[in-house]
Design a protein around this ligand. Structure first.
Ligand code: ADP
Ligand code: NA
Length: 341
């Protein structure tokens, strides 16, 4: 048995990008060195909170799975699976819908961003998204969740739901032999130099799948030429690089490029700047192109190789779903007893 249980997910919404890799997938790989059972989920139930073309969705699910495997997630060691194949996620989400409070969800900024101006026309699923995310995590009673900075508020909601469930049902939890608390108060793991990768054309906006007009986004399936072109075109300011990280404040584009370099290199911003402090962006971008191509081009090529064998990907997902369900099913049985079903 492992000491920790790590859970995280990525939506199969197409166009996996550098932010998804540095803020999430690369860190998922690193978690495998811990004393932890890791579960990495392709969250298709989350994806359909916004319209997804049914003819495209299966391919998108396989693409995220391929990215997990190509990046170095070992499906023998970690559990790699697809959310809709494990029914306990949706079942626990309903119970949590009855634990979470309307006022908590009303504060979620991602809903406001994604719903946009026409909020009345947003899906109910988009609104309840963070409750499903709490169910994803707590169906496994996960102790740690590595995510990008944009998920911080949702992780706080997960903690609130776990705490309220433990509190509301404390008598029943004890009566069923589970001690004081049934759910852990999960620890978010947000960090590293690229917890929030910004758009390469606008350092004040997050690099995101969902902005189709942003062609500066580095996608994980981009080839060397595309990566080089996008890095060279990235917006910068006219000053040379500072010699330490403190000098990046107020310079969002410089901060972003140095953060990306640091994350790709497994270094800190200060370490990067001890090499490139005083350099012009033309020089630094040249080094970044070389590093990004070295790290990303083989990843993209391996993704394409894996995507060409969908039967293998589907077999990995089927095996993962069975192993995930073996953990989640007893949790749901216990939850139902606790609730009084
Ligand atoms: P997106 O936000 O691109 O639609 P997801 O919601 O599926 O993608 O997020 C998958 C993971 O990638 C999450 O852990 C999220 O925090 C992380 N992530 C997404 N965008 C970025 C970014 N620009 N920088 C760092 N991490 C990110
Ligand atoms: Na996100």
């Amino acid at each position: 048995a492992f000491n920790e249980l790590v859970f995280s997910g990525v939506q199969p919404t197409g166009n996996l990008h550098l932010g998804n890799y540095l803020g999430a997938i690369k860190r998922f790989v690193e978690m495998q060195a811990r004393d932890a059972q890791c579960l990495y989920c392709v969250v298709d139930l989350h994806a359909i909170t916004l319209w997804q073309d049914p003819a495209e969705l299966k391919g998108q699910i396989r693409e995220v799975t391929a990215a997990f495997l190509a990046a170095g997630i070992d499906p023998a060691r970690s559990i790699v699976f697809n959310q809709s194949q494990v029914p306990q996620h949706a079942e626990l989400a309903w119970i949590f819908n009855c634990v979470a409070r309307l006022g908590w969800l009303n504060r979620m900024t991602q809903f406001k961003d994604k719903a946009g101006k026409d909020r009345e026309n947003a899906s109910v699923g988009l609104y309840a998204y963070p409750v499903l995310m709490a169910a994803d995590i707590l169906a496994y009673r996960a102790t740690h969740v590595p995510v990008g900075e944009d998920q911080k508020q949702h992780l706080e909601l997960t903690r609130d739901i776990a705490g309220k469930f433990n509190n509301d049902f404390s008598g029943s939890i004890a009566a069923h032999g589970h001690g004081e608390d049934f759910f852990p108060i999960t620890e978010p793991l947000i960090g590293g130099p690229a917890a929030r990768v910004m758009s390469l054309r606008d350092g004040t906006k997050k690099m995101s799948k969902s902005d189709p007009s942003d062609n500066s986004r580095i996608n994980l399936t981009d080839d060397a030429d595309a990566i080089a072109q996008k890095v060279r075109k990235a917006k910068t300011d006219p000053e040379p690089l500072p010699s330490e990280a403190a000098g990046l404040s107020g310079r969002p584009e410089a901060d972003n490029l140095v953060g990306i370099f640091a994350a790709l290199k497994d270094a800190t911003r200060d370490e990067v700047l001890s090499d490139y402090g005083g350099a012009q962006f033309s020089v630094f971008k040249g080094a970044l192109v070389e590093l990004a191509v070295e790290k990303l081009a083989p990843l993209g090529a391996e993704m394409k190789r894996l995507i060409a064998d969908p039967a293998h990907i589907d077999a990995v997902l089927a095996d993962g779903a069975a192993r995930a369900e073996a953990i989640a099913a007893p949790t749901l049985d216990a939850v139902k007893d606790i609730v009084g079903f």
